[in-house]
Design a protein around this ligand. Sequence first.
Ligand code: ATP
Length: 254
Amino acid sequence: MIASHAIEVDDVTVRYGRILALDHATVRVPTGRICALVGMNGSGKSTLFKTIVGTVSPTTGSVSLAGRSPAAARKAGLVGYVPQSEDIDWSFPMSVREVVMTGRYGRLGFTRRPKKADHAAVDEALARVELTEYADRQIGQLSGGQRKRAFVARGIAQEASILLLDEPFAGVDKRTEATITTLLRGLADSGVTILISTHDLAVLPELADEAILLMRRVVAQGDPTEVITTENLVRAFGLDPLEASRERREEASS
Ligand SMILES: Nc1ncnc2c1ncn2[C@@H]1O[C@H](COP(=O)(O)OP(=O)(O)OP(=O)(O)O)[C@@H](O)[C@H]1O
């Protein structure tokens, strides 16, 4: 049976020593939907991802992915994770093709030797993100937007049924943003469940079926137009959003 919610996060609290990063957060993402996770710096977005992937253990609550624990889901290759760019060592001597092939590792078996089907899956994933001509470049020799697309290709090659993307639009231009959005919509339409963290409220109407506002706890979750209200933004960001963007402009120009 297919679970109606591919991602179920129940009452999860995470502490790093004395820092409370997530406070009794409950999140549900329906199968085949795109859900945007919105929150200010330090609101717990990456921590939520790490808890879902299973690299951070909650002090309260639990996570279920298509009915499995994070460890079991990871072992079964159900979850693809596109981390923040800062979390990746771009000087690592790996080509784009090799990075995308790491998405197949869970399927390669004992010998770790890719078969014809694995090469075909990697070629197809590279084509879908329009990186075929960059396949043999070292990953550090890509632009910011191409780097994001390389990791999205890894998730596609993995044939993950749950895809987590941490800030995929940070530092990318409008064209790449549109390419990634179209690609994600196609994946969701084929049944992949997608959770994306973003600061960019402007992408939400095009991108997301659902939105979650996070401020250590879940301030609101649901239809983006109902979640992204001035009242909720003030609760999540602590400032009137117009005021916040004015402050950011002033900071940038000073
Ligand atoms: N390994 C860690 N050790 C201690 N504190 C941490 C650790 N990782 C995160 N934190 C703290 O936990 C809180 C939540 O951090 P997290 O990275 O989840 O936020 P975020 O919403 O992803 O932020 P950003 O938008 O800046 O990436 C912050 O106060 C952060 O300083």
